[in-house]
Write a protein that binds this ligand. Structure first.
Ligand code: GLN
Ligand code: ZN
Length: 772
């Protein structure tokens, strides 16, 4: 029979229970015993959901109290000394690595003050993992109570034989890095690490595990030869253990593995291979050609990264073509990746309109889909006729829905002309006109948009949501907030003001709520890192702007300001990337629709007297496809075009700013330059000023404001520190190019430190103004 399998299940629970438990534990409100019990309860619930849905292969060790890569760091004893030397309790050591630890000296223990390990994006998803950090002479040691075995036994006790999940040895090393000042090349540690994989696999076998899922997602990347060449010896070694270890299924996801074709024979004596067909269906044939004679293929046909219902007809067709080649017993129907990236259950959504709700499928629903697809192929479509019919109906409803298709939007897209991507004149002409209009001094100072989101702001917003105050009362409140920040900026002596964004809950949600084509969930939380969850909006249809979105606030702000007021928008790529996109049209089409909506907003802002407009694109970089080459070039081309389309409708004298929360532009500088923004404000205070060299090397002519201080910390930078920072920047940038601003928006800060920091910043800018 064709089996069904889930590669991993979300950890948070139906009501973000895990978040609540870990945060309570950190805050000293519950004991460690209570935390562990909550973890156990959640794992049990999640196994039960999958079992009841009819899933044949249920994962274990996919759960984590923080991050699964961090679990492996602890499992293999790859714990840097700065953590291990305190002899903390294992759970506390685990959280210390994940989120840092500052604990005072007590009679029982010395003070601890350690930062967290670095956290980075898990491939191109919005999930973050903790980066393994290795030392020269790194050794490994299996933890005394290995989590994969403990959780396997826990499930077994509950009557479920699971398939434990391990991050594979090559991926674990390839995703790591040498610690500061260390020279070790992580992959060179493979011979030391492999014996621990043998050990843990033998233990799992002894505990009763029949098979193990070994995740090697780094196979979808462009790999350096050393990493590519590591697979064969590693997996030859593991397969030489034969019956002493469970059967191994190597899982890949988030891309195709065809470019690493020559690596595939390394797995051919293993039990099976998993591929992501939701993302890259075209890899199927090549991969089948590379399979070992008896090897199983796990086909990821249910998307683990998005929230759309699977198309049963299509999925069954795909699985059947594989069955024809391999036979039913060699095929597993699986989620394309772990379901970690989808919310828990659609059942929690009480406010979604029924028509769109019928198009979605979250983790719980996806497990059911997998079981249905497997049954349809095993027992024939008649065995699940009702489900297939219902599914065909929702596919049809979605395809023909008015919500999905708006002919007016399509018509407008078809009429986009080349000129619409270009400003009227080149930068030198524009900047002269802008200078005349705005009359800014050298080293102009500004901020990135938001000012502290105080408790009062949240209270008023809540009251509005609960209808405890009227729209007018809320608007009045927002106006007063704007008046306050304008006055504060006057007092501080800033040069380009912002309205402070008090009316915005979130930089994407705020716009999504004002655009046609978006819907929002009430419980659709997904883990971003540690206990932090996000609730991405969902793009369900063609996007348009029924009415201006920000003009009222910006216009009011401009009307009461003596200096230029900067309008503030979120760019098309960021709106797209921080939402669940549609899966029926290309993302470039969705970005273009967003761009057209924003373009109208930009033009309306200009007509309302707002002559500086910032369009934030912090998500541009993370959208970069994982591999170099055509796909990346294509992405950059449509991403840049959508930005340009959104801003190019203005007069030369209107100044367009864009903001990025990073300054690593080296690998895609051309795209940044092609945005043709008059002013870029970027993160730079924590990174090396040398990163700015790229602007010199490429003779970048436009204006740049590299952040002069870090807004992520409450620390107040001194005037001298900021001067030093500006001095460094002047080694790379011309005085007439340089703006002075913080690294990012100030919404997470308090007013006290914000005023102090900005005072020092303005003084530092004035100093240089005098000097030049
Ligand atoms: N304008 C936004 C703010 O100031 C920018 C946020 C961001 O770049 N992430 O909050
Ligand atoms: Zn930012």
């Amino acid at each position: 029979m064709v089996q069904s399998s889930v590669l991993g299940f979300p950890r948070m629970g139906v009501n973000r229970d895990l978040k609540k438990a870990t945060e309570s534990y950190w805050g000293g409100k519950i004991s460690q015993r209570e935390l562990l019990a909550e973890g156990k309860r959640l794992r049990g619930e999640h196994w039960k959901i999958q079992k009841e849905a009819g899933i044949n292969i249920i994962p274990s060790n996919d759960f984590s109290f923080y991050d699964h890569v961090l679990d492996h760091i602890q499992l293999f004893g790859a714990i840097p000394e700065k953590y291990s030397k305190h002899n903390l309790d294992p759970i506390d050591e685990f959280f210390a690595m994940g989120r840092g630890l500052q604990s005072p000296h007590t009679p029982e223990a010395a003070a601890v003050d350690v930062p967290s390990l670095e956290m980075v994006k898990w491939f191109d998803s919005n999930y973050h993992y903790v980066k393994p950090t290795f030392q020269d002479g790194q050794n490994f040691k299996l933890s005394s109570n290995p989590k994969p075995v403990a959780e396997f036994l826990e499930a077994k006790e509950a009557g479920i034989i699971t398939r434990p999940v391990l991050v594979g040895p090559v991926t674990f090393l390839a995703l790591g890095k040498a610690d500061r000042d260390q020279n070790v090349v992580p992959i060179s540690l493979l011979h030391k690490l492999l014996p621990l994989y043998e050990e843990i696999l033998v233990k799992l076998k002894e505990a009763g595990a029949e098979s193990v899922q070994i995740d090697e997602p780094c196979l979808v990347l462009d790999l350096p030869p050393k990493v590519r060449n590591a697979f064969k010896p590693a997996y030859d070694k593991l397969s030489s253990l034969g019956g002493k270890i469970p059967e191994l299924v190597v899982a890949t996801y988030f891309g195709d593995i065809v470019h690493n074709y020559d690596v595939l024979p390394s797995f051919s004596s293993l039990h099976g291979l998993h591929i992501d067909l939701a993302r890259n269906p075209e890899q199927l044939e090549t991969v089948i050609g590379a399979l070992g004679e008896k090897q199983l293929l796990s086909v990821g046909v249910v998307d683990g990264r998005n929230i759309w219902k699977a198309n049963f007809k299509k999925a069954i067709e795909t699985v059947e073509t594989v069955v024809q080649k391999l036979g039913k017993d060699r095929v597993i129907v699986a989620s394309s990746s772990s379901l970690l990236h989808t919310p828990h259950t659609l059942a929690s959504e009480k406010k979604l309109d029924e028509d769109v709700k019928d198009w979605f499928s979250f983790a719980v629903e996806k497990t059911k889909e997998l079981a249905i697809i497997a049954k349809a192929v095993t027992d024939g479509p008649a065995s699940v006729r009702e489900e297939l019919e219902a599914n065909a109906k929702s596919m049809e409803a979605k395809a023909t829905s008015k919500r999905t298709n708006d002919p007016k939007v399509k018509e407008r897209q078809s009429k986009i002309t080349e000129e619409m991507f270009n400003r009227k004149s080149p930068f030198p002409i524009r900047i002269a006109q802008q200078q005349e209009k705005l009359n800014l001094p050298l080293f102009p100072t500004t901020t990135i948009g938001s000012f502290p989101q105080t408790k009062e702001i949240r209270i008023q917003r809540n009251k509005l949501t609960k209808s405890e105050i009227s729209e007018e009362e809320y608007e009045k409140f927002i106006e007063r907030e704007i008046e306050d920040v304008v006055k504060i900026q006057e007092e501080l002596g800033l040069d380009v003001y912002v309205h402070g964004e008090p009316e915005r809950n979130d930089m994407v949600q705020y716009f999504g709520e004002r655009l046609t084509g978006y819907v929002f969930t009430t419980h659709g939380w997904v883990q971003s890192y540690g206990s932090r969850c996000v609730r991405p909006p969902i793009i369900v249809g063609d996007i348009s702007r029924p009415a201006p979105m920000t003009v009222k606030e910006s216009k009011y702000a401009a009307s009461i300001s003596k200096k230029p007021m900067k309008g503030m928008l979120t760019g098309p790529i960021t709106c797209l990337r921080w939402s669940y996109p549609r899966n029926d049209i290309h993302q470039s089409v969705q970005a273009e629709q967003l761009a057209l909506a924003l373009r109208d907003e930009v033009v309306d802002l200009e007509s309302a007297g707002v002559y500086v407009i910032q369009v934030d694109e912090p998500a541009l970089r993370e959208g970069l496809p994982l591999r170099q080459g055509l796909e990346r070039d294509n992405y950059l081309s449509w991403a840049v075009k959508s930005f340009r389309l959104s801003v190019a409708g203005v007069q030369d004298s209107t100044q367009i700013h864009s903001h990025f929360c990073y300054s690593e532009f080296q690998d895609f500088f051309k795209a940044i330059a092609d945005l043709d923004a008059d002013v870029l404000s970027i993160e730079n205070s924590k990174s090396d000023a040398k990163l700015l060299k790229v602007f010199v090397d490429e003779a970048y002519p436009r204006h740049i404001g590299p952040g002069v201080y870090d807004i992520h910390s409450p620390r107040i930078p001194s005037e001298d520190e900021i001067k030093d920072r500006i001095e460094e920047m002047l080694q790379y940038l011309k005085p007439e190019q340089l703006w002075v601003d913080p690294d990012c928006g100030l919404k997470t800060r308090q007013w006290k430190e914000t005023k102090a920091a900005l005072t020092n910043m303005v003084n530092a800018a004035k100093f240089y103004r005098q000097k030049y």
